[in-house]
Ligand binder design. Structure first.
Ligand SMILES: NC(=O)C1=CN([C@@H]2O[C@H](COP(=O)(O)OP(=O)(O)OC[C@H]3O[C@@H](n4cnc5c(N)ncnc54)[C@H](OP(=O)(O)O)[C@@H]3O)[C@@H](O)[C@H]2O)C=CC1
Ligand SMILES: CC(=O)N[C@@H](CCC(=O)OP(=O)(O)O)C(=O)O
Length: 346
């Protein structure tokens, strides 16, 4: 059995990790980390865990935790994982960080977009960006995985084959993304109150959202040149889900089947990427509760652009599901262990 510790088990991403790992054949959660609920029963914090989890929430003592477990998930605010990690810890235990601390290779870019000083930049070079479908082989040997962000997972996977195959002008990409409110975390914030979110939709972080450099970096690797994008997130009144609609100029005249072949080349054998049939647009409810990424596109000959669409569940493929997929790769398990999740509907 893989012994698991979760720092931040009482947040939305942490709670989703617990839900998924309870159904994992080879993993056992032995440490339910928390800051605010120490010594409180986990099932008293999350009533859905009644009779499923008997443990109490525990203090986040990294040294003790590293002795007790094989893998630590950090589902905590930006900066925390970087402040806890050390060579000694990494020699004892694998870390999968759900925050952005190790996602961006250029520490100056991280510090600029996140507005914080990185506490352990020496570990950035070895951290593997945990987008499983793209970095599978590197993830297998990693001791520190940077689990991608939710908007970024959906955006990068949706556009990747077209960047890789040079079908679009890399500098022309415009990404319009929408997220459910769980993407903002469980902490009380005025902007996330029911009356602020319900019956409303708004853009935020326009031109400044911190997922922009993460998407640019990864798509830049795919394009083989630095990529600059426009990225606009929106908050929508639903619990879960990310929907990406992206626009890019085509480099040449291509048909739907030609673009489809490019997607099949990269994703034809990917269990968690579902390429939808022509004219079917992804919907968040078709992936809710599952680790799937649904992708489709439309060629628009009038504007000479391709319109790319992707949908994920932000808490599953956008966070906890991808983190479990990474754990499976790091421990040599079947990549889909614990992730055979049928989407909820309605
Ligand atoms: N929500 C989402 O859709 C996604 C989130 N992420 C990332 O995952 C991470 C967690 O996000 P999310 O679950 O939404 O956030 P939440 O606000 O819901 O949860 C934060 C968690 O971190 C704990 N925590 C906060 N501060 C500290 C601290 N100083 N020391 C120890 N623990 C602390 C909280 O503990 P307590 O409750 O006990 O106070 C809580 O368990 C973030 O980095 C986020 O960016 C990534 C992809 C998607
Ligand atoms: C709706 C909402 O607020 N979403 C969050 C993104 C959550 C996420 O993926 O965050 P990290 O990359 O920081 O891990 C946001 O826009 O900040």
């Amino acid at each position: 059995m893989i012994k698991v510790g979760i720092i931040g088990s009482t947040g939305y991403a942490g709670q989703e990790l617990v839900r998924l790992l309870l159904g994992h054949k080879y993993a056992e959660i032995v440490w339910y980390g928390s800051r605010s609920y120490i010594d409180k029963k986990y099932a008293d914090v999350f009533g859905n865990m009644f009779k499923l989890v008997d443990s109490k929430c525990m203090d986040d003592n990294m040294e003790e935790l590293a002795q007790a477990v094989d893998v630590i998930f950090t589902a905590t605010p930006q900066g925390l994982c970087a402040s806890l990690v050390s060579d000694d810890i990494l020699n004892k235990v694998k870390i999968i960080d759900l925050s952005a601390d190790f996602r961006i290779k250029d520490v100056a870019v991280y510090e600029k977009w996140y507005g914080i000083t990185h506490k352990s930049p020496q570990f950035i070079p070895e951290a593997v960006y945990g987008l499983c479908e793209i970095n599978r082989e590197d993830i297998k040997g990693a001791r520190l995985v940077a689990n991608p962000g939710c908007y970024t997972t959906c955006s990068i996977l949706s556009a990747y084959p077209l960047m890789k195959e040079g079908l679009i002008d890399p500098q022309s990409l415009i990404i319009d993304a929408k997220s459910g409110t769980s993407g903002a975390g469980r902490g009380a914030k005025l902007d996330n109150l029911y009356c602020e979110v319900n019956e409303n939709i708004k853009a935020y972080g326009v031109g400044t959202h911190r997922h922009t450099p993460e998407i640019e970096e990864q798509l830049g690797y795919a394009a083989g040149e630095p990529v600059v994008i426009s990225f606009t997130p929106h908050l929508v009144p639903m619990n879960r889900g990310i929907l990406v609609t992206a626009y890019a100029s085509l480099k040449k005249d291509v048909s739907w089947p030609q673009i489809r072949s490019a997607y099949e080349k990269y994703y034809g054998n990917e269990k968690f990427i579902r390429l939808l049939d022509e004219n079917v647009c992804p919907q968040t409810r078709w992936v809710e509760g599952s680790n799937y990424v649904d992708i489709n596109f439309k060629v628009d000959p009038r504007t000479h652009r391709v319109i790319i669409m992707g949908a994920i569940d932000n808490l599953v493929k956008g966070a906890a599901g991808q983190a479990v997929q990474n754990m499976n790769l790091m421990f040599g398990l079947a990549e889909d262990e614990g992730l055979d999740l049928v989407p909820l509907f309605p």
